[in-house]
Unconditional design. Sequence first.
Length: 194
Amino acid sequence: MHRLIYLHGFRSSPHSHKATILKERFEHMAIVDRFCCPQLPMSPLASLSLIQDRYRPTSDDVFVGSSLGGLYAHWLAERYGSRCVLINPAVYPSVKLSSYVGSLKAYHSDADLTWAPSDVEELRSIESVGLTRPERYLLLAATGDELIDWRDMQQRYQAAEQLIVEGSDHAFSGFENHIDRILSFAGFLQHSND
């Protein structure tokens, strides 16, 4: 039985809007046991290790990642031959995220976080992952993303199936309007309403 493994973005959590909406949908479909959404550590390599150790992914699983979680989802999909849905994914983020080195606050709690120079180096080591079978990928990119240029996403994933949404933002407001498309691509629905 395949699972959907959702990977949140930088400083985010399993309590993000997208993660919550997806979990609620899996509850509604009575398959919440097939939805996985862990709290990821700040370290990119520790995040990848956590997913691999906790879930033991297979090619049947589907990775869905938002922002930095999109890079992780891409890396894992390549490693396991899985399908992958990317929502405003980070494209070569090490340069931009190097300016965040230091103490940070989490978005959905008062937790103190630390982003270290070693975390930036870890990003550099994974961000150039290839795209071997683009038919396994679905890109959702918002033209109104204020953090990542949607054209960079479109270029990086040019051979993949793409849904370019006019407007919206980095958080992908209106995400709920695209859940059927995501779940259909991921093999959880027979037909898409998009």
